[in-house]
Design a protein around this ligand. Structure first.
Ligand code: GTP
Ligand code: MG
Length: 202
């Protein structure tokens, strides 16, 4: 897929404020600081589309972008640790969960996992939550530029084995680097192949 245009639409803190669900949507989520905003910029080919920060918890609103004037790309607040205050964090964790389960045009969710780390409980709790609600998702192991390939293979095997303890099969899985652009083609190809499942409401 060639990205011809990428436009920021709005940031929302309430579901009622989100743009109308009239086109296919792919949303990005994962633990704070995993590289969601960076990956969005890398995919869109725009350096400053989504705001990046070294302070975890930067994205605390649901941010909608429209790509090629045809589909939504959505930056969701991260879960897990965050330097946000406990009460505001609780708010957006609940808000994100509600959004994911109610947004009817969501084709698939991208769950980002930092490729440098062993499995983290919150990722598995989150993926189990998605499974429970029948929400399709894919995994993306991020920041692979910081990892040599042997170690990456090992870490991914640990994640796969843990997942297969409770899941029958593994979801589609990609690796990415916002620095080198690795994974861009594959992820955009996945979007191109699945976007056809979106049916416009009459
Ligand atoms: P929150 O919105 O706070 O939840 O974070 P986020 O998941 O959107 O992460 P963000 O894209 O803001 O990136 C967090 C930090 O990781 C920044 O310092 C980025 O520069 C860095 N980073 C993100 N992706 C990559 C990557 O692929 N490789 C490397 N080396 N660093 C990355
Ligand atoms: Mg972010």
């Amino acid at each position: 897929m060639i990205i011809r245009s990428a436009i920021f639409i709005k940031s929302s803190t309430k579901i009622q404020d989100c743009p109308v669900a009239d086109r296919a949507e792919y949303a990005f989520t994962g633990r704070s600081n995993v590289g969601k905003s960076s990956l969005i910029n890398m995919l869109a080919g725009r350096k400053k589309l989504a705001k990046i920060s070294s302070t975890p918890g930067k994205t605390q609103t649901i941010n909608h972008f429209v790509i090629n004037e045809s589909w939504y790309l959505t930056d969701l607040p991260g879960y897990g640790y965050a330097k946000a205050s406990k009460s505001s964090r609780k708010h957006w964790e609940g808000f994100t969960g509600e959004y994911i389960t109610k947004r009817e045009n969501l084709i698939s969710l991208f769950v980002l996992i930092d490729a440098r780390h062993e499995p983290h409980k919150s990722d598995y709790e989150f993926m189990n939550f998605l499974g429970l609600h029948g929400i399709p998702f894919v995994r993306i192991f991020t920041k692979v530029d910081k990892q040599d390939s042997n170690r990456l293979t090992k870490i991914m095997a640990v994640h796969d084995n843990l997942m297969l303890e409770t899941w029958e099969s593994l979801p589609p899985t990609f690796i990415s680097s916002a620095i080198t652009g690795k994974g861009r083609e594959e992820i955009l190809k996945y979007i191109e192949e699945t976007i056809i499942f979106f049916e416009k409401q009459p």
